[in-house]
Design a protein around this ligand. Structure first.
Ligand code: GDP
Ligand code: IMO
Ligand code: MG
Length: 421
């Protein structure tokens, strides 16, 4: 009975979810985001042109209806700007873009709080400073503002009055940042036509047999509960988050797909056992253009960590993994994969530790695989055509992670997708 597919990031984000959502959306009817906000940066290429989406789901270029659901946090003015940005490619209407009235709103206040906390903290997280954490905290505190109320002038005024009463610092911010608050206010009428009961609409579609693709943001290692806490984002990024964020029964889930890079990157702070500080790391960063799609920060690079990837596959119940950006590993004499960790007092570790401090003390133990020198991004259209060393690498990852590798990514375009099934 399932007709819903979930696609999740299987590492610390930026695995290439945008490209794969765009590819898979061609077979689906609707694409919906279930968590996160404009901390995400999903890159895709439309007719050779690069487009980065932060809030709008990456299915729009396949002319699919798209939705932002209850679990998402929305930055209104940034969303208005994004709707404008994609206009040359597609005109979004209330029929093609559904914004959940239940989604919580990121306000200038929350962005301010995010920046302040990062600046003042002894141990900053390295957030994207988009106000994500404070907005989710407000939601959990039951003092947030939802999109359905934001687009209603009197409800919004009421919320602002309530916040002013509760917190003099808020009142000061409201007075000092007039322009930001004005832009915030003026975006409401522009978004109002799109705001609806998106969850009810999605359930109706699913019940009538329509195919739904759920677009995860960030990656499973950034999950608020299952990630490397506190160096995580503030939403449930693993597949389970999709159920809560959309209000959909688990029985409708047909397929869970993870996207992983053939190596590993991380933006921001937090433990990263296989991180490289040598020429290999520099080569990954250079060849992989590893700069954040949202903040432009350099991404930390390292070898694939099979302990972490298997953990993410287990937590999300991945039916298959897409091993993306394999082309970036061309030219390495030797390629390494962490099979387990060594810890000074705890000895050999095979399970991903729950404690970020223990993880930071883990030394990766590697299996080495022979590299390949051939470029694989151009002229290769089937998996079989890959150099045998590249195929050995894919097979080794699959064996270690105990999850089928269903596709391999070998370039930025839609066509750079090698089917392995
Ligand atoms: P997302 O956040 O998971 O959607 O990923 P990002 O867009 O932040 O980062 C992925 C980057 O890798 C983007 O610049 C993509 O254009 C690029 N990319 C995606 N797939 C491939 C691939 O198979 N090979 C190469 N070389 N680049 C890719
Ligand atoms: P996509 O969807 C990579 C990271 C930040 C920081 C931590 C918390 O493009 O894969 P936040 O602003 O969410 O409070 O920051 O999470 N982070 C991401 N890293 N890709 C992302 O999204 C990310 N979104 C947040 O760098 O370490
Ligand atoms: Mg990204």
């Amino acid at each position: 009975m399932g007709n819903v597919t979930i696609l999740v990031g299987a590492q610390w984000g930026d695995e290439g979810k945008g490209k794969w959502i765009d590819i898979l959306a061609s077979q689906k009817d609707i694409v919906a985001r279930y968590q996160g906000g404009n901390n995400a940066g999903h890159t895709l290429y439309v007719d050779g042109e690069k487009v980065v989406l932060h809030q709008i789901p990456s299915g729009i270029f396949q002319n699919k209806a798209v939705a932002l659901t209850a679990g998402v946090v929305v930055n209104p003015s940034e969303l208005v700007a994004e709707i404008e940005k994609v206009k040359p490619y597609c005109q979004l209407t209330s029929k093609s873009l559904w914004l959940s009235a239940r989604a919580h709103v990121i306000t200038p206040w929350h962005i301010y709080l995010d920046g302040k906390r990062e600046k003042e903290s002894d141990s900053p997280i390295g957030t994207t400073k988009r106000g994500i954490g404070p907005t989710y905290a407000e939601k959990s505190n039951r003092t947030g503002i939802r999109l359905g109320h934001y687009v209603n002038q009197s409800s919004l005024d009421q919320w602002i009055q309530m916040m002013k009463k509760q917190n003099p610092e808020f009142e000061q911010h409201f007075t000092d940042h007039k322009t930001e608050w004005e832009t915030f206010h003026s975006s409401a009428k522009l978004l109002a036509p799109f705001v609806c009961d998106a969850e009810a609409a999605l359930r109706k579609q699913v019940h009538s047999g329509k195919k739904l693709l759920l677009e995860g943001a960030q990656g499973a290692l950034l999950d608020i509960d299952h990630g490397t806490y506190p160096f995580v984002t503030s939403s449930p990024t693993a597949a389970g988050g999709a159920i809560a964020g959309i209000g959909l029964a688990p029985k409708y889930i047909e397929n869970i797909i993870g996207v992983a890079k053939a190596y590993l990157t991380r933006v921001g702070e937090g433990p990263f056992p296989t991180e490289l500080f040598d020429k290999d790391g520099e080569m990954m960063a250079k060849n992989g253009h590893e700069f954040g799609a949202t903040t432009g920060r350099p991404r930390r690079c390292g070898w694939l960590d099979a302990v972490a990837l298997k953990y993410c596959s287990d937590v999300s119940g991945m039916d298959g993994i897409i091993l993306n950006k394999l082309d970036i590993l061309s030219g390495f004499d030797e390629i390494k994969i962490a099979t387990h960790y060594q810890h000074e007092t705890l000895g050999e570790i095979h399970e991903f530790p729950w404690d970020h401090q223990i993880l930071s003390q883990c030394k990766p133990v590697y299996k080495s695989i022979e590299g390949w020198s051939e470029t694989i991004s151009e002229g290769i259209t089937t998996y079989e055509e890959l150099p045998s060393a590249a195929k050995t690498y894919v097979k080794t990852v699959e064996e270690l992670v105990k999850t089928p590798i269903t596709y391999v990514g070998n370039g930025v375009n839609r066509s750079d997708a090698l089917n392995r099934t």
